[in-house]
Design a protein around this ligand. Structure first.
Ligand code: ARG
Length: 572
């Protein structure tokens, strides 16, 4: 619709100049005012004239009427009708336009249709997933991992150069706790055998014991300090914990088809913090507070940002500041995006402010993208108490349920295991990314796995349907295009909205815009499929047109699914 809306905007702006000379209503202003009417029988795009009545000194319905007069007969090949209704000017998109600018455009650009290339020449760093080592990959990581990766794919599609960073939580007192727990109660063989589960068990035990004996916390701090001072025993343990953890994370990343361009975690910045600490001190931004070094942010309505603890050790914000400077120098980013739970919103607001106070003129290029919490059956999850649902378990459960269903319905499906994984994992991802990211969600696996409604399986099934129609039909004939049914035009209108959805999703850091769009496209396609015979259409031109609509849907649906980390099997 982007291009259609642009064309309408110049038509309406010219009409305004004709009817109201000197009114200065330029096409950019009109563009911003355009809306999609909820009921498309009125029009595909509407211009509400209410805001214009002040400047034009006329009632909105009159403005709409006069603009309508001035436009009628114009915009041939673009607009099929323009009508005034109350204070609205309604436009319908012409079939000609849909064929040329949508169907033929998709056939020409293939799965690059939808990219406007606005990111070409720009670089984006995306910091996402970033689990804390020795802790499990649980459902709370689903958000940062799939929102982050989807944002990377969207930016890449739009032409940005992207660097995905897994900012591993591999440096902090939690590593001290882990070391204490292992030294006190650990068993090397058990960890080798059970992997991260054994590490988690130790972590949970540490917290339970520290409740009874708080001095364990001091011991953990001391062990971390030793780690910072490169104590060989602690360094060796720490490296081993990372290795064990990674074996586990990799399983989930592989299922999601995710890899990173950099695994520089918090520890990577140990030798890069001093420069920033010195700079803060030189600029007189550091204050002593009860022995700790802080940056006072009272003026900005925020609690102070902690830079050094009383014992001189660094903190989470210290490392983030050093990491941002490193990334700017290394990648010269135009945007650096951080995807974390909304529990960290204050942390990011604080250190972004500190970076600004330090005079780094790229501080406004740092973007925090927060998301809401996930619960299962209404229960909040936390590693400390052991009340966690592991992502791999959730995926496993989903895959098993899909396998069961397939054994029953389609036992001879080729490549059944791969398809079951794509559908099971995809169902979880889709269900999650369907929600506006800032909302808290309660995850219900049964709903995610349904083949009906707004679900991943429904979308993948629709994709497989387009594939099977095209396979049955054989060669496509690219002859004359004839649009004979509203359902056909609706499919094209929905396809026409894809480029705008991509831009909206990027600008709002909101993959759910694509997820919801996928459902709109599936709904339009399935209505067309149920009401219009495709392969069995009698007229040759009608049949060809419908097949080409099916192919265009397959192209865009496949691309859209891939943008939200979903696989699209051709048979289910
Ligand atoms: N490891 C952190 C956590 O699990 C997330 C890190 C986010 N990235 C960052 N640069 N702070 O909570």
């Amino acid at each position: 619709m982007l291009d259609f809306k642009k064309q309408l905007s110049s038509l309406a702006s010219a009409a305004a100049e004709e009817k109201f000379p000197g009114c200065g209503l330029d096409s950019d202003t009109v563009f911003e005012m355009l809306e999609y009417p909820p009921d498309t029988t009125m029009g595909d795009v509407a211009l509400p004239c209410f805001k214009l009545s002040r400047t034009l000194r006329k009632a909105p319905p009159m403005i709409a009427k006069e603009l309508c007069e001035a436009i009628s007969g114009k915009g041939e090949g673009v607009v099929s009708s323009v009508t005034a209704d109350g204070g609205y000017l309604n436009f319908k998109i012409s079939h000609d336009y849909l064929v040329k600018n949508v169907l033929l455009a998709i056939e020409e650009k293939g799965d690059m249709y939808g990219s406007t290339g606005s990111g070409i020449g720009k670089t984006v760093v995306l910091d996402y997933s970033s689990p804390n080592i020795s802790k499990p990959f649980h459902i709370g990581h689903l958000g940062t991992t799939v929102i982050g990766h989807s944002l990377k794919l969207l930016h890449q599609f739009e032409g940005f150069k992207c660097i995905g960073v897994n900012h591993l939580g591999d440096w902090g007192t939690q590593n001290g706790k882990q070391i204490v727990a292992f030294k006190r109660w650990g068993d090397r063989e058990k960890v080798e055998r059970e992997g991260i589960d054994a590490l988690v068990e130790l972590y949970v035990k540490f917290h339970a014991e520290a409740e009874l004996d708080p001095s364990l916390n001091d011991e953990a701090r001391a062990e971390f300090k030793k780690l910072e001072e490169h104590d060989p025993e602690n360094i060796a343990l720490w490296k081993w914990f990372i290795e064990v953890s990674f074996k586990e994370y990799e399983v989930t990343y592989n299922q999601l088809g995710i890899s990173f361009d950099s695994y520089n975690g918090e520890s990577f910045y140990t030798d890069k913090m001093q420069e920033q600490i010195d700079k803060l001190r030189d600029m007189d931004l550091l204050k002593l507070d009860d022995g700790a070094s802080i940056v006072d942010l009272e003026e900005y309505g925020m609690p102070p940002c902690l830079i050094l603890k009383r014992d001189g050790t660094t903190l989470y914000p210290t490392r983030d500041i050093a990491a941002a400077v490193y990334r700017k120098r290394t990648y010269d980013f135009d945007k650096c995006i951080y995807v974390t739970s909304n529990g960290q919103t204050l942390h990011f607001a604080q250190w972004f402010k500190v970076v600004e106070m330090m005079g780094y003129d790229w501080a406004d290029k740092l973007v925090h993208v927060p998301y809401g919490t996930v619960s299962i059956g209404g229960e909040k999850l936390a590693t400390r108490t052991g009340n966690v649902i592991l992502l791999k378990d959730l995926f496993r459960q989903a895959i098993d349920k899909v396998t069961e269903l397939m054994d029953e319905k389609n036992p001879d499906l080729p490549d059944k295991d791969a398809v079951a994984e794509a559908v099971g994992v995809g169902a979880v991802v889709f269900h999650y990314l369907y929600n506006n990211r800032t909302r808290d969600i309660n995850f219900i696996l049964e709903n995610a796995l349904s083949f009906e409604g707004s679900t991943g399986p429904y979308a993948q099934y629709t994709y497989a349907r387009t594939c099977s129609i095209l396979e049955k039909a054989g060669e496509l004939d690219f002859g004359e295009v004839v649009i004979t049914a509203e359902e056909e035009a609706d499919v094209l209108k929905t396809l026409n909205r894809f480029p705008e959805k991509v831009l909206d999703a990027i600008n709002e850091y909101e993959p759910s815009i694509i997820t919801r769009y996928i459902i709109d496209l599936c709904t339009a396609f399935n209505r067309f499929y149920h009401n219009c015979p495709i392969i069995s259409a009698e007229d040759e031109a009608v049949r060809n047109t419908r097949l080409r609509l099916t192919a265009a849907t397959r192209t865009v649906l496949g691309r859209a699914l891939s943008l939200i980390c979903m696989k699209a099997p051709s048979k289910i």
